[in-house]
Structures are given as C-alpha cells and as structure tokens.
Design a protein around this ligand. Structure first.
Ligand SMILES: Nc1ncnc2c1ncn2[C@@H]1O[C@H](COP(=O)(O)OS(=O)(=O)O)[C@@H](OP(=O)(O)O)[C@H]1O
Length: 315
C-alpha cells in the first residue's frame, strides 16, 4: 500500500503515515508507521542528518540514510565518495533524485519507499525520522547510519528561513512566533531536543557515525575522511581534496544539481530566501535577541540535562 502524505499549502498539515511495503527478506522492511499529527511530529529535515547502511553479503553496505540539517551536504559527500570523486557522475541527477527519501510520498510520484524498493544494494537512502519512528528492520539489519547534528540555534534560524521560502509548508509567522514554535517542537520532524537526544543515546549500540555540522565546517577534510572510513572505502589524497572542494558551500550553491534551482517557484521560492542560504556557524547571533538567547539557554539546559553532548555555537 502506498504511503499517504497530506499537506495543504501554507495551512496546518493534516496527517502523515507510512504503511508497510513488501520487501525481500534481505532488505529493509518498512513497518507501519503512524505519525499522529504533523503539528507535533516531523515534516522536514532541519537539525541533523543521518546516513544509514544495511549489510549485504559481500558488500560494505546496503543502505545509507540521511537525516536533518546538513542533509544535502552529506548526501553530496556520500555520493562523491561512492563515485570516487567523479564529479561528472555526481551530476547524473539532482540530489533529491539520487537517494530515496523514505518518508516522502506525494502521489502520483513514486514514493521514497517505492523508489528504494527498486534499487539494487548497496543503497543510499535519506530520512529525517527520529529513532523511534524508524522501521525496526533498520536496526535488525545492522544498517549503518550517518547522523549530522547542527547546533539548535543555527537550526532554528535555517529552518525558519526554509519554511518561509517553502510554499508547501505552513507559514512560520514572525521570528518571535517561530521561536516559540521551535521550542515547543511543533516543527517538521518534531522536537530538535528529542531528535538529537534519541540519536545520541543509541549511537554506541548501532553503527552510527555521529557528526557535527560545525566540525564539518571547521575541518571538512578530517570529517570527510571519517565518512570514507565509515563507508569502508579508501581514497587517494587528491580525490579527498577534490571532494572537499566540490562539497564546499560555495561550490554547492552554484551547482544546479544541489542548489534546488530546478525546483519550481511555487514549491521553493528562492526569491524569498535561497535554499543554499548562508551555510555558516553562528548566524543565530543575527537573529536571537539577548532575552531570547537567555531563555533558550535555560530551556536547552533543562531539556538536555544529563546528555554529554557539546555543540559548538560559533567558529
Ligand atoms: N556544502 C555546504 N556547506 C555548509 N552548509 C551547507 C552546505 N550545503 C547545504 N548547507 C546548508 O544546510 C542547510 C540546509 O539543510 P538541509 O540540506 O538538511 O535541508 S533539506 O533537508 O535538504 O531541506 C542550509 O543552511 P543555512 O544556509 O544555514 O540555512 C544550507 O545552506
């Protein structure tokens, strides 16, 4: 049965559900997922990102799954690694078409799950799902996950502008209104706090490479090298340097295969805010008032209490 995904343009979203899709026993089985309401759950990628792989006899991996903010960036990095730095091969399709987005379903287009089911292994998939909503077979098959977390304040800013320019999402309102929406977790894919905590807490029990967006900005070569190793690949130094260069913000902003310029304006209106907006660490300082910052720090302290995760807030 095809998944259903209902959205009303710039109005509150109704519901989303993913239903069971038949799979071969050696591939991931998509179990039924019931997301109660997009008001409280996830609709969009925004604060971190994961890639996952499931094992396939004789191969390094069968799936990658990408999640949350930095998604496009890590997708391009993973694809460049898979293509051994061959830029032309990475130009074969726009980034959204290279890795099925498993919770995506907008009939009559084939859903992400339908696309995934037609792919040979190893597969690279993308999702923004929190751990508790991921189909259990991802865990059961010992898939690899690559998760990129971004600090909450920059996520809030980036996601706000994304929601302003995304014409199929509810209007985010003013910055002040969105600040409250974000804190309450009533944003796409749910609470940043719960999402990050969920992935952080399971990272040592499964094959999770937990990356930070800020580290990727500070030392992309080092972080890309970690991804290469995680994927079980080895690349020449020159190829690695090429990947660093090609996946820089500046290059990806110019690249029509990654900058979403092919998406029609009635979906993404880049005259409101470009998809590849700033790509920096610390833009929150241009948005948060002193009072908002103090309040956010207190809420962060409460919600992340006991979690040994440290985010870099500026470079
Ligand atoms: N190469 C590179 N370097 C640095 N930053 C990058 C890069 N590619 C994408 N981005 C920034 O990621 C933000 C968009 O997040 P996502 O790609 O997860 O969005 S989406 O899930 O695909 O909708 C968005 O962040 P902001 O610019 O801060 O809004 C993008 O600019």
């Amino acid at each position: 049965m095809a998944p259903t995904y209902h959205t009303d343009t710039k109005s509150p979203t109704k519901s989303v559900s993913l239903l069971k899709v038949p799979c071969a026993s050696d591939t991931v089985v998509f179990e039924p997922l019931q997301l109660p309401s997009l008001e409280n759950t996830a609709l969009l990628p925004w604060n971190a990102l994961s890639v996952l792989t499931d094992p396939w006899p004789g191969l390094w991996a069968a799936n990658f799954q990408l999640e949350l903010e930095g998604t496009t960036w890590i997708q391009e990095i993973v694809d460049m690694i898979e293509q051994n730095g061959d830029v032309a091969k990475c130009q074969r399709a726009i980034i959204q078409h290279r890795h099925p987005f498993i919770e995506w379903a907008r009939p009559p287009q084939p859903s992400g799950v339908e696309k995934a089911n037609t792919m040979p292994s190893p597969r690279t998939l993308r999702t923004h799902l929190p751990t508790q909503l991921l189909p259990p077979s991802f865990w059961e098959n010992n898939c690899k996950f690559l998760y990129v977390a971004r600090n909450a304040k920059d996520c809030m800013v980036s996601y706000y502008h994304f929601q302003r320019m995304n014409q199929v999402l509810p209007d985010p309102g003013t910055w002040e209104e969105y600040f409250e929406t974000f804190i309450s977790g009533k944003v796409g894919w749910g609470s940043w706090f719960d999402h990050v905590k969920g992935w952080w807490e399971i990272k040592d029990r499964y094959q999770v490479l937990f990356l930070f967006y800020e580290d990727m900005k500070r030392d992309p070569k080092c972080e890309i090298q970690k991804v290469v190793q995680f994927m079980g690949k080895s690349l020449d130094e020159t190829v690695l340097d090429e990947i660093v260069q090609e996946t820089s913000f500046e290059k990806m902003k110019e690249n029509p295969m990654t900058n979403r310029s092919t998406v029609p304006k009635f979906i993404l209106d880049q005259s409101i805010s470009p998809f590849m907006r700033k790509g920096t660490v610390g833009d929150w300082k241009n948005h948060f008032t002193v009072a908002q910052n103090e309040r956010f720090d207190e809420i962060y302290r409460q919600k992340m209490e006991g979690i040994s995760i440290n985010f870099c807030m500026e470079l």
